[in-house]
Design a protein around this ligand. Structure first.
Ligand SMILES: O=C(O)CCC(=O)C(=O)O
Ligand SMILES: [Fe+2]
Length: 309
């Protein structure tokens, strides 16, 4: 079993209807799918791989050796206390967004990542427009919902560069613990060779197979709420591996912290609304406060907690 691979270029031709249906199926049945022929130039993707790997080697690899996961694993091995190291991720992470200080001084890093982020943001908006269409919402609905509205902060587009260095004891620790993503639409550019990302599908963990230069799309908790449960955010995790340094670059199109998120009125069945307690309506910043404490737990208590806020 493998997650769907969809040719995004077919959206603009005779196979548009079929491609829309494939994306609808990816959203409804999987929560994860891979796009090929997505329009991001290969040459740019090659540069992104090069600068992010160089950045890790030159600026980060050495300090990973004295990082928290390495220390905790070593302590554990000395003391042999407890079971698996449950509260730990074997990863090196840093974040890029529009107005951050650039975390790397490497030649070409800033220019390349700026260009990449601008392309990915456009791709995210195209994917969101497809979701609007598939859900029967007016064009631009999701984007507008993620923008805070007049006078409020705009939607947030962030990029997280992760490396999962080789781990001497992958049976004791996760690369990244299982979770669903908090935000909107996530676009992942994962390693060509080193796997490890898995999603939970019908009770089974299945691999998100590496496919060079594809972009993996998944939907977060906010798309689940907005779509009134049509598109569920799906559990995923990254396994640590004994060899290979896995690179992954996740970009997320999230609501503004000030945006109010609720199921789209068009998708709420009025007849059932009175008997069933559906998804809550809340301010995204409040959701993130809950998520910060409960990221690795099921999402339902998070929905309950923001309902009560
Ligand atoms: O590194 C990956 O492949 C997945 C990262 C992820 O799930 C996340 O950042 O939320
Ligand atoms: Fe995630």
């Amino acid at each position: 079993m493998a997650i769907p691979v969809i040719d995004f270029s077919k959206l603009n031709g005779e196979e548009r209807a079929k491609t829309l249906a494939q994306i609808a199926n990816g959203c409804e049945e999987w929560g994860f799918f891979q796009l090929v022929n997505h329009g991001i130039p290969e040459e740019l993707l090659e540069r992104v791989k090069k600068v992010s790997s160089e950045c890790y080697k030159v600026e980060r690899e050495e300090s990973f050796k004295s990082s928290k996961p390495v220390k905790l694993l070593n302590d554990w091995l000395e003391n042999k206390s407890g079971e698996k190291l449950e509260n730990l991720d074997w990863e090196d992470v840093f974040l890029l967004h529009d107005d951050n200080e650039w975390p790397s001084n490497l030649p070409g890093f800033k220019e390349t990542m700026r260009e990449y982020r601008s392309e990915l943001k456009k791709l995210a908006e195209k994917v969101m427009a497809v979701m609007d269409e598939n859900l029967g919402l007016p064009e631009g609905y999701i984007k507008a919902a993620f923008n805070g509205g007049e006078g409020l902060e705009k939607a947030f587009f962030g990029t997280k560069i992760s490396h999962y260095p080789p781990c001497p004891h992958p049976e004791l620790v996760n690369g990244l613990r299982a979770h669903t993503d908090a935000g909107g639409v996530i676009l992942l550019f994962q390693d060509d060779q080193v796997g490890g990302l898995q999603i939970l599908k019908d009770g089974q963990w299945i691999d998100v197979q590496p496919l060079p230069n594809s972009i993996v799309i998944n939907t977060g908790d906010q798309i689940e709420v907005l779509s009134n449960g049509r598109y569920k955010s799906v559990w995923h995790r990254v396994l640590a591996s004994p060899d290979g340094n896995r690179r992954s670059i996740a970009s997320f199109y999230n609501p503004s912290m000030e945006a109010t998120i609720a199921p789209a009125a068009q998708l709420v069945d009025k007849a059932n609304q009175e008997v069933e307690e559906g998804y809550p309506k809340f301010v995204f910043g409040d959701y993130m406060s809950v998520y910060a404490e409960q990221k690795f737990l099921p999402k339902e208590p998070r929905f309950q907690a923001v309902r009560a806020m």
